[in-house]
Design a protein around this ligand. Structure first.
Ligand SMILES: NC(=O)c1ccc[n+]([C@@H]2O[C@H](COP(=O)([O-])OP(=O)(O)OC[C@H]3O[C@@H](n4cnc5c(N)ncnc54)[C@H](O)[C@@H]3O)[C@@H](O)[C@H]2O)c1
Length: 258
């Protein structure tokens, strides 16, 4: 049974690998034996994350919104390691005005944030598919979604803070889930799987009032920790989920059941 989760001989490309969630995903994959290509725009943070993980993690500085840069990343991975077996898309590109109240979001910000974020999934998934379809063993794509891809934000949890649920976020995450279904349907006959991993809110030193309000609505009574996502990403990347595609795996302490 434990072999089902074994990722030795597997190569995983993780975008946003230096981020809050991405770094835990890299760690989980490396702990299960994968060679990890950590892709991030923040070169220093990427190097720091790779050093702290200590397994076989190499870094690639790239902008996920650039098709040529991502093309070079995938070319590097194939040249250096021979295959790309898993791709996890956890980068979170957005502009500096992202996260304002709905009535303050301009059309150009809406357009820019949606394009930055959704295009990055398209670019990475298209390149991943091009490589994986030619491999005898296919591959697994894991797109980071969110509970807000299946549910409206609960604005009560932001009361008394300067936080909100960005409107672009709901549009993007809903789209990521259905884009992933499309991909799974299209790519299945080539042995390529695609699933979404949708976390609930992850603790990141947010305002205490927000954390208290959020946690009061979670059946498991706490926000997620990045390490809660290690098992799920290993599951989706490995043979343990080999008959699963097009699904949205929600890891939220039970938030969405109510
Ligand atoms: N944090 C949460 O509570 C939460 C909850 C549900 C879903 N998610 C999703 O998980 C994913 C990761 O979120 P996170 O909280 O780890 O975000 P984060 O901001 O901590 O990390 C994102 C990483 O992406 C990198 N990045 C940003 N723009 C980039 C670009 N253009 N090219 C390359 N790298 C770029 C950043 O440098 C950073 O390291 C996102 O899709 C997010 O929507 C997060």
């Amino acid at each position: 049974m434990s072999d089902l989760f074994d990722l030795s001989d597997e190569v995983a490309v993780v975008t946003g690998g230096a981020g809050l969630i991405g770094s835990a995903l890299c760690e989980g994959l490396a702990e299960h034996g994968a060679t990890v290509v950590l892709v991030d725009a923040d070169e220093d943070a990427a190097a720091e994350t790779a050093n702290s993980i200590g397994g076989h993690v190499v870094t690639q500085a790239a902008d996920v919104t650039s098709a040529p840069e991502m093309g070079a990343v995938f070319e590097y991975a194939v040249d250096a390691f021979g295959s790309v077996d898993t791709v996890v898309n956890s980068a979170y590109p957005r502009n500096e005005r992202y996260g304002t109240e709905f009535q303050d979001v301009s059309l150009s910000d809406w357009e820019e944030n949606i394009a930055l974020n959704l295009n990055s999934y398209y670019i990475s998934c298209k390149k991943s598919f091009e490589i994986m379809r030619r491999q005898e063993t296919g591959g697994s794509i894991v797109n980071l979604g969110s509970i807000y891809g299946v549910q409206a934000p609960d604005f009560d949890v932001y009361t008394g803070t300067d936080m909100t649920g960005p409107v672009e976020y709901s549009a993007i995450k809903g789209a990521v889930i259905n884009f992933t279904r499309y991909l799974a349907s299209y790519a299945g006959k080539y042995g390529v799987r695609a699933n979404v991993l949708s976390p609930g809110g992850v603790f990141d030193e947010q305002a205490e009032q927000f954390v208290t309000q959020y946690e009061s609505k979670v059946p498991l009574s706490r926000m997620a920790r990045p390490e809660d996502l290690k098992g799920p990403v290993v599951y989706l990347s490995s043979d343990s989920s080999k008959y699963m595609t097009g699904q949205n795996l929600i890891v939220d302490g039970g938030w969405t059941i109510k």
